[in-house]
Design a protein around this ligand. Structure first.
Ligand code: PLP
Length: 392
């Protein structure tokens, strides 16, 4: 977003993104997977809400040169901020017509069905440029991927078009590596993937990279760590699940300090303050009646900004380093919070929705637990319009 002048304050809240936290997370993750495995930074969903154009340069500063998007539009965005020697990979959606710019830009992409495979071959031929493909195989996720019984036909196409196709990767995705309840399913997926790999290798087909692991797979199933891993949530400082954190806890350094650091903080400020008499209803309807004489503060953050309506009478924010409660319903653009017990609170004071203030902290997890949203969803629902500030 561009503002009329650099000192204008058009926003009602802003996000801070910490570079040092990112560095620390990558260091921890690289240490977990070993130095011979490349990290692809997954930047789908607007880089999990952090902003593609914010995260790409931060990641590149730590040495990352590989980025994964879900779709062509995200790849296009990434293209505008990557360094020359960085590579982009599309894991999901693209329209076949987009291959016309995707292939010349050297962007690689998942191929999981014959339609896309044939379109890629056709476009590569037309352009005289090889298409960089990752063959995605079905191992038990049951969403996308070539079936076991399709491999012979696929092999024929590969053989017939070797001058148009560059086999950059053989890949698959696991169906819930963050929970032990999926253990058997994941084991079967690993087995099936290796069967595909062996089969292709026996037929003389070798891929440049073998990659299967997301954050949870890296952390829970070391055998899924191959040439490259596709790390999403953990680079942003979150465990894929509470379960993964608990299972790792014993192996962490003796001090047991959580090695993953949240990059994001979400801050706003008090818009106005009002005294409310006991017995008055606060905000729309009758969801909250003041049980005593109260002071309430308006904070200009509502559900249109990603502060869920489910947090009505439930959410917490930090003011003056103290946890205070949302009273009444969350509206489109604002919430009201109870500051009756705080001293020295003024209009314009900082309000922390996610992050630290003095000795207190509100984590994304505690925020999302109270609304049943998982970290992933909360982060990606933070609107692109909220300004993001990079801090060291
Ligand atoms: C989202 C995604 C990832 C990254 O998942 P995280 O759990 O965020 O690490 C990896 N691979 C594929 C195919 C994905 O869609």
């Amino acid at each position: 977003m561009t503002t009329p002048n650099p000192s204008a304050k058009l926003h009602t809240s802003y996000l801070e993104i910490s570079k040092s936290a990112y560095r620390q997370n990558i260091k921890f993750l690289q240490n977990q997977i070993g130095k011979n495995t490349r990290i692809s930074a997954v930047i789908k969903g607007n880089a999990y809400g952090h902003g593609i154009d914010n995260i790409v340069p931060i990641a590149e500063e730590t040495g990352i040169r590989h980025f994964s998007t879900f779709s062509a539009d995200e790849a296009y965005q990434a293209l505008n901020c990557i360094k020359k020697d960085s590579h982009i990979m599309i894991m999901g959606m693209l329209h076949n017509v987009d291959l016309e710019w995707i292939i010349p830009k050297g962007i690689s992409f998942f191929v999981f069905e014959f339609d896309r495979m044939l379109a890629a071959v056709k476009m590569a031929k037309k352009l005289g440029i090889k298409a960089k493909v990752h063959i995605e195989v079905e191992t038990g996720f049951h969403r996308t991927g070539f079936e076991w019984n399709e491999k012979e036909f696929l092999l024929d196409i590969i053989h017939q078009n070797s001058e148009h196709i560059e086999l950059v990767g053989l890949c698959t995705h696991y169906a819930g590596a963050e929970s032990i309840s999926n253990y058997v399913r994941i084991q079967n997926q690993i087995k099936r993937y290796l069967e595909f790999k062996d089969w292709f290798n026996e037929k003389g087909i070798h891929f440049q990279t073998y990659h299967t692991a997301c954050s949870a797979a890296c952390l829970n199933y070391p055998e899924t760590v191959m040439d490259m891993v596709r790390i999403g949530i953990s680079q942003y400082g979150f465990w894929p699940s509470q379960e993964t954190y608990m299972s790792k806890f014993k192996q962490l350094a003796p001090n047991k300090i959580n090695p993953l650091k949240r990059l994001i903080s979400w801050k706003s400020s008090i818009m106005s303050i009002k005294e409310v008499e006991m017995g008055s209803f606060v905000g729309y309807g009758n969801s909250f009646m003041a049980p005593r004489n109260m002071r309430i503060a308006m904070v200009p953050v509502g559900y249109s900004h990603g502060f869920s309506r489910m947090l009505s009478n439930l959410g917490k924010v930090l003011i003056n380093g103290k946890m205070v409660s949302v009273v009444g319903t969350v509206t489109m653009n604002s919430i009201t919070v109870d500051i009756t017990d705080l001293q020295n609170v003024h209009k314009g004071d900082e309000v922390v929705i996610i992050g630290n203030q003095k000795q207190s902290v509100i984590t994304v997890a505690s925020f999302s637990e109270s609304t049943q949203q998982v970290n992933y969803e909360l982060l990606t629902r933070l609107p692109q319009e909220i300004p993001r500030k990079i801090v060291s």
